[in-house]
Each structure stands twice: as C-alpha cells, then as structure tokens.
Design a protein around this ligand. Structure first.
Ligand SMILES: Nc1nc2c(ncn2[C@@H]2O[C@H](COP(=O)(O)OP(=O)(O)OP(=O)(O)O)[C@@H](O)[C@H]2O)c(=O)[nH]1
Ligand SMILES: [Zn+2]
Length: 220
C-alpha cells in the first residue's frame, strides 16, 4: 500500500493511521514523498549542520515520516473515526474517560505540547465506544494547535456525534515552547476546559466531573 506523504490534503482512514504509527517499518518505496524531506535537508544546512554527514543522511526522510504522523489529524473525518460505534442505550448517568494521553504541536513555535485529556458526557439515548474518545482526542491533537482549540473541538465533536445532555472536556498540558526556550518554566502546566449543556449550566454536575477526574486512575 502507498502511504500518501502530502501534508495535509486528502483523507485518511483509521486503519491507515494505525499503519502510519508503524510507518518506520515501511520500506521507502511505499512512501510517496511530499517535499518535506528536501526542506529538512535545507533546514539542516541553515542551522549550520552538514546534511551529508553519516548520522544525518536518513534524517530528512525520518522527519518527513514523523510529520506525516504528527499531522495525520488533518486528514481524518469524525464520522470515520467514530466508525458507527454509536450505540443506543437507556439511562443518563455520567460517563467519564480520563487520563487519555495526547501529543500535539503548538502552532506558534511548532514545538510539542502534551499531557492528558479527560472527557465526560451525560448520555441522551446514545453512547459512544470508549476507544473513540481517545481516537477523537488524537484526531484534533495531531495538528498544529493551541490547547484551547483542541479542547473545544473535542467537546463539539462529542456533542455532534451523541447530542448528549452535556459534555465536559479538560486538558492538562505541558508546552515545550515554555519549558525548553522562551520563559523556560519547566514546572508550569496549562489546564483548559470546555463545558457544554449540563456541565455548563449545573455547578453540581460540573463539580462531580471535576472531582472524578482528580481521583487516582485504575492501573493495570
Ligand atoms: N493560548 C495559548 N498560547 C500558546 C499555546 N501554545 C503556545 N502559546 C503561546 O503563544 C505565545 C506566542 O507569543 P509571541 O510573543 O508571539 O511569541 P514569542 O516571542 O516566541 O513568545 P515567548 O514564548 O514568550 O518567548 C506564547 O505566549 C506561547 O506561550 C496554546 O496552546 N495556547
Ligand atoms: Zn509554542
């Protein structure tokens, strides 16, 4: 199979993304290049490196592969990601999926920010397959982003898929552009929230969610 390397046009399905995760194992003939490798070659020269030295010979290709994956969210579609895993269900008790790790790239410096996402919703006749909360998080994180936008995009996506009584999304992130450069604050973290429906209107519902996400997770 040919993995398209152009960034970020076209659409990609979930299985293709899973394959991209392992794309370092794909032989180069399966890679249709996007020009990012050539740009990386130039970049290496600009920063004072020698792109022809042994350790850097394969770097442009590696960078291209890495960025294909890091920005794969642009080419994903919400309905495809959900893959019809929306099920009819009785009841309207809160569901929370927490500690979903995410990795994204800040749009200002193109440096990583990463952390954990916590998602809650109150069903209104429909529930969503649990893994899809992680897939939706990845879909919006794997782009150039600000943390606030990832947070609201996840909330809007869940609202759109399920029309629940409410959706709550909290992201806790560490930004390398604040840690390894700039203000150089290695211990600060950023929390962003998006509250919809009952989580926005009812302080007790919101408090229940906020308390639950602070409790220790079950670990295997
Ligand atoms: N709101 C928000 N800001 C972000 C995010 N990621 C990075 N930033 C900020 O984007 C801002 C860009 O500020 P500028 O002054 O244009 O850029 P800069 O001179 O590199 O800023 P410093 O990081 O302060 O050195 C910085 O304050 C970053 O901390 C994010 O996800 N959300
Ligand atoms: Zn930044």
């Amino acid at each position: 199979m040919l993995i398209e390397r152009s960034i970020p046009t076209g659409q990609v399905d979930v299985d293709e993304i899973d394959q991209m995760r392992d794309s370092d194992t794909l032989p180069d003939e399966h890679i249709k290049t996007s020009g990012l490798a050539d740009l990386t070659d130039e970049w290496l020269t600009i920063i004072g490196e020698d792109p022809d030295r042994e350790g850097l010979l394969k770097t442009p290709k590696r960078v291209e592969k890495a960025w294909q994956f890091i920005t794969s969210g642009y080419r994903m579609d919400l309905q495809e990601v959900a893959n019809d895993a929306v099920f009819a269900a009785e009841g309207s008790e809160m569901v929370i999926v927490k500690d979903i790790e995410f990795y994204s790239m800040c749009e200002h410096h193109m440096l990583p920010f990463f952390g954990r996402a916590h998602i809650g919703y109150i069903p209104n006749g429909k529930i969503l397959g649990l893994s899809k909360f992680a897939r939706i998080t990845d879909m919006f994180a794997r782009r150039l982003q600000v943390q606030e936008r990832v947070t609201t995009q996840i909330a809007e996506a869940i609202q759109e898929l399920l029309q629940p009584l409410g959706t709550a999304v909290v992201l806790e992130g560490v930004h390398l552009c604040m840690a390894m450069r700039g203000v150089e604050k290695q211990h600060s973290s950023t929390t962003t929230l998006a509250m919809r429906g009952a989580f926005k209107d009812d302080a007790r519902t919101r408090a229940e969610f906020m308390t639950a996400i602070r409790q220790r997770s079950v670990t295997l």
